[in-house]
Design a protein around this ligand. Structure first.
Ligand SMILES: C[S@@+](CC[C@H](N)C(=O)[O-])C[C@H]1O[C@@H](n2cnc3c(N)ncnc32)[C@H](O)[C@@H]1O
Length: 250
């Protein structure tokens, strides 16, 4: 049986959003559709974040310890590098940047220039980060082809995706795009680094897709129930480099 994608879970939210942005449901891979959505969002609630599913505070309990895993040995801190793909105007990257007791370099990318412009404006008023060496960078980029924007292999410790893979999967021919997204996220991860996908899609649909797209194992954890919808975090890791073994001929 073909697993059913999580349409009922997104249904009520999408109906609400589509009343503000015609065509969003059918054009989630098109920048112009998202540009229109974020422009309407900005006009309706200027100077506020729009958070798909939930805000940073819902998942800070999970993210801050994940950052700590790569926490630098004191007293010589080196930053943990984080990428948020399809950041929109959400407060996920910003929350981590402000909250992390360790230095973090966070890159937030989105296909929509309107979203990045709004997020940049929101950043103007934020207090300094908790760690003085932390940095936040925003960039318009296609997360299915990050090489164009010079995102190199093995750069990040952690890649975050909240709702972006979901939106690609809901487009016609979306699984190809979503597969490219997953491949790019893994390419830019350091060996041993992790991709965390936040989604409302059921594990019986998402896990087979991710296993096929990544060729690697997937673990899943419930994030919680919000408004009667269960949200999950899907975790994929890039295998650590193997130490070279001495051959008998050495
Ligand atoms: C469902 S929204 C999630 C936004 C944000 N992560 C949040 O939690 O509020 C999907 C986002 O992915 C962006 N997006 C869609 N396709 C993309 C792509 N190929 N590369 C980068 N961003 C993309 C859209 O512009 C939109 O901001």
């Amino acid at each position: 049986m073909v697993p059913r994608r999580g349409t009922p879970a997104l249904g009520s939210l999408l109906r609400l959003l589509c009343s503000r942005a015609d065509g969003l449901l059918h054009g989630m891979a098109q920048p112009s559709v998202w540009d229109r959505f974020y422009a309407q969002q900005d006009a309706a609630s200027p100077n506020s974040h729009f958070n798909w599913f939930f805000s940073y505070t819902t998942v800070s309990w999970l993210l801050l310890p994940a950052l700590q895993r790569w926490g630098p040995p004191e007293p010589k801190p080196s930053p943990t590098r984080v990428l948020d793909v399809g950041c929109g105007t959400s407060d996920l990257g910003l929350g981590l940047y402000q909250d992390s007791p360790h230095p973090v370099h966070i890159s937030c990318v989105d296909l929509s220039p309107v979203a990045i412009r709004s997020l940049r404006r929101l950043l103007q008023d934020v207090p300094p980060p908790r760690h003085p060496l932390s940095q936040l960078h925003l960039c318009v980029a296609d997360a299915t082809n990050l090489e164009v924007n010079s995102f190199e292999d093995s750069t990040f410790h952690l890649v975050l995706d909240k709702g972006t893979c979901d939106s690609l999967l809901r487009c016609p021919q979306g699984s190809g795009q979503a597969g490219r997204l997953v491949a790019e996220c893994l390419r830019v991860l350091q060996p041993g680094g992790s991709l965390l996908q936040f989604s409302d899609e059921d594990p019986d649909a998402r896990i087979p897709f991710l296993e096929q797209a990544s060729g690697t194992g997937v673990t899943v954890q419930e994030v919680g129930h919000i408004g009667g919808i269960c949200y999950y975090v899907y975790m994929l890791s890039r295998p650590p480099l193997q130490a070279p073994t001495n051959s008998a001929a050495d």
